[in-house]
Write a protein that binds this ligand. Structure first.
Ligand code: SF4
Ligand code: ZN
Length: 310
């Protein structure tokens, strides 16, 4: 048993990487201070701006929603219903988001993939194979479109420090310069795209989980059945082992990487975007990825129907 550094109350919460013991209340305060620090350090947004947060029903996005609301920011949620049947995953996760919206007195926008694309994620996995990359494409597309329609200036996501380090590690291993250059907790607004921010970039996944538990957040414990590919899972596990051996290592790695990025980011902002000839959304190509996917889904349906007739 340890004692809270602030109030000396006995507590089980001890963070090795910070050599810091805190009681529940002071932990909540500490966590929210970390979020504030990231918002200020990377100049993410102000209290005057309207923020749209991607929520999945998991601990990260719901913890972020609550923390930002408690800190006085105006944040509404957006949930994409993917139509995943296994363990009623989509239905349960949507309920968790609706509950949180009610608790915070905020709005939850729900976008239904089946209605938008006439296919569920289960079907996308059949058509495209790599389901997480198609899922990512449609979620980004819906976020961008909704932020434009509803005048949100900022799009936030619940990526935590472990997520960011895992991505960074993967991009380094492949030496993928395009992605390395793009990795930053803030991507400035351009060509009709809202600013993108990751306010949990300074906190470890286990710290987010602790915040969710001590502040009584009800989130979905199951992982998405398609959950991230095996390679990045393996990276995450191994990085966790390095971290356990030298507490603070992951944080050090990410913070120093981000320090070195400042100049490169400026060049990135100058890349010009076009507008998709089909849907008008910003894109690098004539037709955006989403519209291309939609076309493939249509063709797949037609083939299915022909087969049925024969
Ligand atoms: Fe989508 Fe993959 Fe995440 Fe599941 S794990 S929600 S399929 S990106
Ligand atoms: Zn398009």
């Amino acid at each position: 048993l340890k004692y809270c550094t602030k109030c000396k109350a006995p507590t089980g919460i001890y963070m090795k990487e910070h050599r810091l013991a805190l009681c529940k209340e002071h932990y909540i305060e500490w966590f929210e201070t970390q979020v504030t620090y990231a918002i200020k350090k990377y100049e993410m947004f102000s209290r005057k701006e309207r923020i749209l947060l991607a929520v999945s029903g998991g601990k990260d996005s719901l913890a972020l929603w609550q923390a930002l609301s408690r800190l006085g920011y105006e944040v509404n949620g957006m949930y994409v219903s993917l139509g995943i049947q296994s363990d009623h995953y989509s239905e349960v996760s949507k309920q968790k988001c609706l509950q949180m919206a009610q608790k915070l007195g905020r709005k939850l926008h729900v976008v239904d993939l089946a209605q938008e694309m006439e296919a569920s994620v289960d079907e996308l996995s059949e058509i495209f194979g790599k389901v997480c990359s198609s899922c990512g494409t449609v979620k980004r597309y819906f976020m961008n479109r909704l932020s434009l329609e509803e005048n949100y200036e900022v799009i936030a996501t619940g990526h935590n420090l472990d997520d960011e380090v895992t991505t960074l590690f993967g991009n380094l291993m492949r030496w993928d310069e395009t992605y390395l250059n793009r990795q930053y907790p803030v991507i400035e607004a351009r060509a009709g795209l809202a600013r993108k921010v990751k306010p949990l970039v300074r906190v470890y996944e286990k710290q987010v989980a602790m915040y969710a538990i001590v502040s009584g957040i009800d989130y979905i414990r199951n992982e998405c059945p398609y959950s991230a590919d095996a390679t990045s899972m393996a990276y995450k596990e191994n990085l966790g082992r390095f971290e356990a051996d030298s507490p603070g290592l992951m944080r050090f790695f990410l913070t120093n990487f981000l320090k070195s990025r400042k100049e490169i980011r400026k060049e990135q902002e100058n890349i010009e975007l076009k507008h998709c000839v089909q849907c008008g959304q910003p894109t690098l190509n004539e037709v955006c990825k989403y519209c291309k996917m939609k076309q493939k889904v249509r063709e797949w349906r037609e083939r299915q129907e022909k087969r049925k007739k024969n």
